[in-house]
Design a binder for this molecule. Sequence first.
Ligand code: UDX
Length: 456
Amino acid sequence: MTLKISVIGTGYLGATHAACLAELGFEVIGVDSDGGKVAHLNAGVAPFAEPGLDDLLNRHVSTGRLRFTTDVSEAAASSDVHFLCVGTPQAGSGLSADLSAVWTCTRELARHLTRDCLVIGKSTVPVGTAERLGSELARFAPTGIRTSVAWNPEFLREGHGVHDTLHPDRLVFGVATPDAELALRTIYEQAIADGVPVHVTDLATAELAKSAANAFLATKISFINAMTDISERADADVVALADILGDDPRIGRRFLDAGVGFGGGCLPKDLRALSARASELGARSVTGLLREVDAINLRARTKVAELARELTGGDLAGRRVAVLGAAFKPLSDDVRDSPALDVARRLHAQGADVRVFDPEAALNARAVAPELTYVASLESALRDADLVLHLTEWPQFVEMDPHWAASLVRRRVVVDGRNRLDPERWTMAGWTIQGIGRPKRQQPVATRTADAAAVI
Ligand code: UDX
């Protein structure tokens, strides 16, 4: 018998998971309290940018294998397995995660259950949540209904969600019973047959696996961002340093790109939630480490904003600044905790005339930072700029012709907040370019040619 599956919460994680489960052949019902989102999904359209997702939604919504509803009772009555994928944002006060959506959905689901079921947590939660989830289900489910809990964290990256869900690099099954393990093995049969490693563990370790993975990635980025401080003081190049470190297979090159730091809906809040949970549990070394990782990351933004002020002669008032990028990373329209947007707002607050261009994220950016001016093209952002800030490494920014850009701006000064522009190319086109943690050697070509001539 094919398992019938529900996915509760249809954000980046849930919508992608639901569509991928349908792709694997399961009958899937997605549940979300947001009627607008449900209508979008039922029309086969993702409410956010995620490559490949519209195609999956379209195909499986039209066959009827995948549908979405706001009514949890439909899911409760029809599904053997429920994946819990609701958001766990940072709480309004403090660093911990806000689990209100987890508890609301759990109780709602439990109250409507008419059959035994397995609830599998996927949301990123503080360790210990799964255990409480089990007791909440037992407390609110009708008498005679048996429920059990498993934890199956998801490591998908935005912009690669479909690929990462269908071809994960590992599977983590936090289980308390053999039945739960069997259900998970059935659901992930294809990936297991493809050779994806499976880690069967307890609930707490599975919960911790996700928080710890994100905290480690954040630590890696903050490590290299800390190295920018010493590189700048010693006139060394952090990019070359990262390349050298990265050739050591024990270190690896990925997540060693220094710059304006990390953002998004996961890394910053997961880092803080883990730090808060560690503090509750008395694990002080974790709290101390992660607080510093967070602080280094926030200092990276301050550093870019200060560099911008310095490069406009110490006063941003009235200066036109082109901000390239608003999304927290390229190929995404997500602006949650975006370093680019944060820096843009800081410059605006200091009186700069900020023009933001992002190929995908302008609409979302405008909703959270309406005070900024958003322009429809790279060209309009660059026109008459006194300073250019490259803050999200969209391919069209990295590949931009510096001669073309030079013909548009008022002053040829660029801060490369992602260390992705080629300093040589930009310098040759007459720009003063400053990366993060890179030597202050890039002089406009006019000066260099004059020097060369003097030597001859
Ligand atoms: C992250 C994790 O990678 C993923 O496994 C988890 O499931 C969710 O959180 P995501 O938020 O999509 O995924 O973004 P990711 O690609 O990890 O980038 C996070 C941030 O770090 C971005 O702002 C990115 O620009 C920044 N980053 C990344 C750096 O500043 N330097 C790097 O070297 C790498």
